[in-house]
Design a protein around this ligand. Sequence first.
Ligand code: HEC
Length: 136
Amino acid sequence: MSRIVTMTLLTSTLLLASAYTKADRIHDMQTMAEAMGKIQMGFFYNNNDLVQEGSLTLSDTIRRVKPPLEEEEEKDPMTRFMNNKVRMSEKIVKKIDNKAAMIIQRFNEGDTHQALQSFSKITEQCMKCHTQLRDW
Ligand code: HEC
């Protein structure tokens, strides 16, 4: 009996974990906007903890961001090629993650110029996705 309950719970947890909804995306977006604000505050107040915290949150969150399931599972190669959004978003996600790591490293070393440059690159990537995939 309890084994069945455990199995059922496990199955529903797995199902929940695999579906990335629009609400999840919006929530992650808000978390990232907050994290970007935190990083910026860290720059202005010269506070390394804020910069690290914001960058880690950003990095954790961007890794969760996914395209809608129907686009990820699109089998028709021509359709995939034409809308090309899955590949584009995966690239952007990777870039943002790399630049977040760069901010952590550079700010910690006192290289605020490079840290700030990585921050601007991230903002560019956020906006690139927004202008091209606004309606997900
Ligand atoms: C993979 C594409 C993609 C990337 C990368 C991306 N966004 Fe978004 N973002 C979206 C989409 C799509 C929406 C619209 C969500 C919706 O309404 O379904 C959105 C919406 C938002 C919103 C509005 C959320 C709301 O409350 O309606 C904010 C804020 C936001 N993004 C911040 C960011 C920040 C900050 C970054 C960069 C660190 C970023 N986004 C990177 C795709 C992206």
